[in-house]
Ligand binder design. Structure first.
Ligand SMILES: C[S@@+](CC[C@H](N)C(=O)[O-])C[C@H]1O[C@@H](n2cnc3c(N)ncnc32)[C@H](O)[C@@H]1O
Length: 246
């Protein structure tokens, strides 16, 4: 099995079950009210007014972003590799359209959506360039691509080796690590490279923001914020987001 298949298999093992849904619900760095408000602000800023506007959430999981977006778009669709979280979401929101598919191979027409979101998903895919290509293809001209909650390579390069060591002791942790491939292994999520890739795919007005995951490890984040006030290096920030217009 090649590495892309191994990562996919790990993502199925981690998320295609009740434990995976619990994992998604309990991630405080995503579910904290302040974080939810931040996501809402971004979605509001990229939702165009008027008309039949369409939103696609790639790797929606249990619908973290989709639940917010449905209040701003006339049509909001979620897709994910795994059926289990989609089925759980469908039980709660029967009217939400959901599709079980790989983000690397989308069965949608070119320019089908006004806005595509990829939240905490790219680092789960070995060849995430394919996902960016597909996202670019299905984004309408003038539409937006919103990428968020990706581990900033400039920060994680210092911690990856240590975290890999910490997570090497149990089979479950090793699986989670493989599912989060670029957070721990691979080439990592380099925001500057992704910005270049998006420009090559026809996006303009690419807004890259470095940020902290503000909820977990509060003391470490406090120290990082302090350091970043004195030396605003991109290596200080744990995560990044990108909003790009096509
Ligand atoms: C950390 S979760 C994020 C879920 C959701 N976006 C959120 O904000 O809670 C990563 C999600 O990516 C999905 N995923 C992993 N590989 C995928 C692929 N190749 N295509 C589509 N979804 C994938 C997983 O099933 C999982 O739901």
């Amino acid at each position: 099995m090649n590495i892309a298949e191994q990562v996919k298999t790990a993502n199925k093992a981690v998320y295609d079950n009740a434990e995976g849904v619990t994992l998604l619900c309990q991630d405080i760095s995503i579910t904290h009210p302040a974080e939810q408000q931040r996501i809402r602000r971004v979605i509001a800023s990229i939702s165009p007014g008027g008309g039949e506007k369409k939103f696609l959430d790639l790797g929606t999981g249990y619908g973290n972003v989709l639940r917010i977006a449905k209040g701003y778009f006339e049509y909001s669709l979620g897709c994910d590799l795994n059926f289990y979280p989609l089925a759980a979401l469908k039980k709660e929101h029967p009217s939400l359209p959901l599709v079980c598919c790989e983000a690397e191979k989308l069965a949608f027409k070119d320019g089908a959506f006004d806005c595509i979101c990829i939240f905490s998903v790219l680092h789960h895919i070995a060849d995430y360039g394919k996902v960016l290509g597909e996202a670019a293809r299905v984004t309408k001209r003038g539409g937006y691509l919103y990428i968020d909650h990706e581990n900033n390579y400039y920060f994680s390069r210092y911690a990856r080796g240590f975290l890999r060591f910490l997570m090497s002791f149990s089979a479950r942790d090793r699986e989670i690590m493989l599912a989060n491939f670029h957070a721990f292994m691979g080439k990592g999520m380099n925001p500057e490279l992704i910005r270049q890739e998006l420009a090559g795919l026809g996006f303009s007005e690419i807004k890259l923001e470095y940020r902290f995951t503000s909820r977990s490890y509060a003391f470490v984040v406090f120290l990082l914020k302090l350091i970043s006030k004195i030396y605003p290096f991109k290596s200080c920030y744990t995560h990044f987001s990108i909003v790009a217009k096509k």
